[in-house]
Write a protein that binds this ligand. Structure first.
Ligand code: FA5
Length: 336
């Protein structure tokens, strides 16, 4: 019996040594340890039927054989795994110096982001720094400090999205980048020259209005600033940003945070004809706004203007429908 065990063990170890796959190893495991008719199991099961004096030695040797075969199988599994990974390293080797088969298309900036970056560059050259704010804004910065009293009819001018959440009661999706006039003046001392580009939201949707759109705010506060300064800065910037032949026209208008308030039109060539197009609002900062941020209006004054970025880009490239900017149609976007 002891010899039988020894032979069984040697046979098993020889088979294990030449097994070349996990599949083969599994079959060897079944042959020796399978629940039904596993060769080692059979021997262990037969022990109680042996002569009592034989049982000890057979049991001991059978257990040693069992452990040796188990250890052999585990070691061979490990080796096969190692061999598999070693062969992967050669079979799946990538030559990173090979030229690409397909041409990789590079992404580009969205025309609106591109225009906002151009604004930062052009206004930067005129001495304006960039200020950034929040799209979820409180009533104070979006309306109150900008001289909109609580029952001011002008609040109706901008169809507001109010946040319906107990924790954010009184907050809105900002309707204009003019909130940045307040935020910046609260935190800095005059003089100021800033632009604030960003997203704004209104309940508005058609070919020239979108519920989310972009504005750029410009604020200059210094000593003895006049409408002539506003005109000069705006004209210089637009001539560089849109067209060197742009001209401007101001019409009297109303915004609670400026006095006088102006609507600005730009003279542009559209389809070969010269046309005046409304591009945004402007004016001299209202003294109540300066007082709301503790700035003495007798010492300081200035102008502000705010423009729709979509409107500017539509004018610059002759885009007819503002919704094209948000449809993510590559045929449209690739033109810029
Ligand atoms: C304002 O938002 C003022 N805050 C501008 C301002 C700033 C005036 C500083 C004075 C001083 P208004 O509501 O007119 O103004 O909007 C300005 C521009 O945003 C518009 O001329 C238009 O180009 C653009 N705009 C307004 N609503 C939409 C919309 N729903 N979709 C796309 N563009 C819009």
């Amino acid at each position: 019996m002891l010899e039988k065990i020894e032979n069984l063990k040697n046979d098993a170890l020889a088979k294990i040594k030449i097994a070349s796959s996990e599949e083969e190893l599994k079959n060897i495991e079944l042959e020796y340890f399978g629940r039904k008719a596993g060769k080692i199991g059979e021997i262990l099961k037969a022990i109680p039927t042996l002569e009592p004096k034989e049982r000890g030695a057979v049991g001991k040797n059978a257990n040693i054989a069992k452990k040796d075969v188990e250890a052999g199988i585990a070691a061979r599994y490990f080796e096969i795994e190692e061999e598999k990974y070693a062969s992967l390293a050669t079979s799946e080797k990538i030559d990173v110096t090979e030229p690409a088969i397909n041409k990789i298309e590079k992404g580009k900036r969205h025309p609106l982001s591109k225009f906002m970056l151009e604004c930062e560059e052009v206004f930067g050259k005129l001495g304006f720094e960039v200020a950034e704010g929040y799209e979820i804004e409180d009533d104070f910065h979006n309306f109150e400090a900008l001289n909109f009293t609580p029952d001011h009819p002008a609040r109706e001018m901008q169809d507001t999205f109010f946040i319906e959440n107990e924790e954010l009661k009184g907050y809105v999706l900002r309707t204009q980048t003019s909130d940045m006039q307040i935020r910046f003046m609260e935190e800095n001392k005059p003089p100021y020259r800033i632009i604030a580009p960003g997203k704004v939201y209104r309940k508005d949707s058609d070919a020239t209005h979108s519920p989310m759109f972009h504005q750029i705010e410009c604020l200059m506060i210094d000593k003895n600033v006049s409408l002539a300064n506003l005109r000069f800065i705006l004209l210089s910037a637009l001539r560089e940003l849109i067209d060197p032949n742009v001209d401007l026209r101001f019409r009297l208008s109303y915004f609670p945070f400026v006095e006088p308030g102006l609507e600005v039109d730009a003279l542009l060539k559209v389809d070969g004809k010269e046309t005046w197009l409304e591009i945004g609002g402007a004016g001299m900062v209202h003294e109540n706004v300066l007082k709301n941020v503790n700035i003495d209006p007798k010492k300081w004054n200035g102008f502000a203007f705010g423009f729709g970025i979509e409107r500017m880009v539509m004018i610059k490239y002759g885009v007819k429908d503002l919704r094209s900017f948000f449809e993510n149609d590559l045929r449209f976007l690739k033109q810029f």
